[in-house]
Design a protein around this ligand. Sequence first.
Ligand code: ZN
Length: 337
Amino acid sequence: MKAIRIHEPGDIAVLHYEEVDIPDPGVGQVRVRLRAAGVNHRDIWVRRGNFGAFTHAIIPGSDGSGEVDAIGAGVTRWAVGQKVVINPGLSCGICVACLKGDTPACRTFRIFDGTYAEYAVLPEENLVAMPGGLTFAEAASIGVPYVTAEDFLVRSGVLPGQTMLLWGATGGLGLATLQLAKVRGLKVVAVTRSQSRVDRLRQYGADEVLIYGAGDDLSDAVMSLTQGRGMDIVVDSVGRESFQQSLSSVVRGGVLVTVGSTTGGQVSLDLGRVFRHRVTMLGAFMGSNSILPRLMPLFSRGALVPVIDNSYPLEQADQAHDQMENHGVFGKIILTM
Ligand SMILES: [Zn+2]
């Protein structure tokens, strides 16, 4: 089969389009003939070696959709030909965390890598039936962003009518967060770097849109939008550039979600501000495997709409990464095979 492999960490040049043996499914495993893969920031971190050195060549990619191609011994839930979406959180399935549905707390929890390929093999419990009405590309764009956003929204305890400040609103995670927040009845103030994206953010539910340029301070604008009160929840995936503004924008007793650090992860933190204002700091990274099956009906009936910016054939994964890193997106980047 054809696959993108990384032999050593680096820039987009380390994404090699290669011929690789088709994997066979073992006991309890299913082989999927992939039709589309969603590109996540995580894939870029994997490529750069941020998760550690490589001991062997890695096929990146956590999100994907396709058709069941072969099943291993003992598989009971799937048959060849069924359309499926990958639920990429891998865990032991038998520890206390797994049994209560909190799979990311499992000591063996990790995120699947391997969807930049024509075939992938996964445990049967890591597949979800693909909802009717979605294309393979749309289905491949759901996993990591919607699971991550739904997880931190649930844990934050936000209520209908509350306010959200959303940095990085035009990315895959940002648009997933925006849609899930609107389903919950939140008022969302979205932040973007580009005037040209304001109308589309409003189309997807943003109540207000703030334009952010490097060096800007949006704190005053946030306060005037909330009559000096501040935001009930601030979602920050930007990191160093935005963190201070995020902290000063949270209402007393509010929640600051940190879910990425695209401009760097080292920040200085005024603990007095955190404890005097009773701010909850909430780290977000993926979520339970129970989330994706629960969200699928919302896609079937159009309450959630995957947003795709651009599709590339698998062999152009380097171009897909280049767009994501250097040229901005409105929604997801997809690879097709
Ligand atoms: Zn476990």
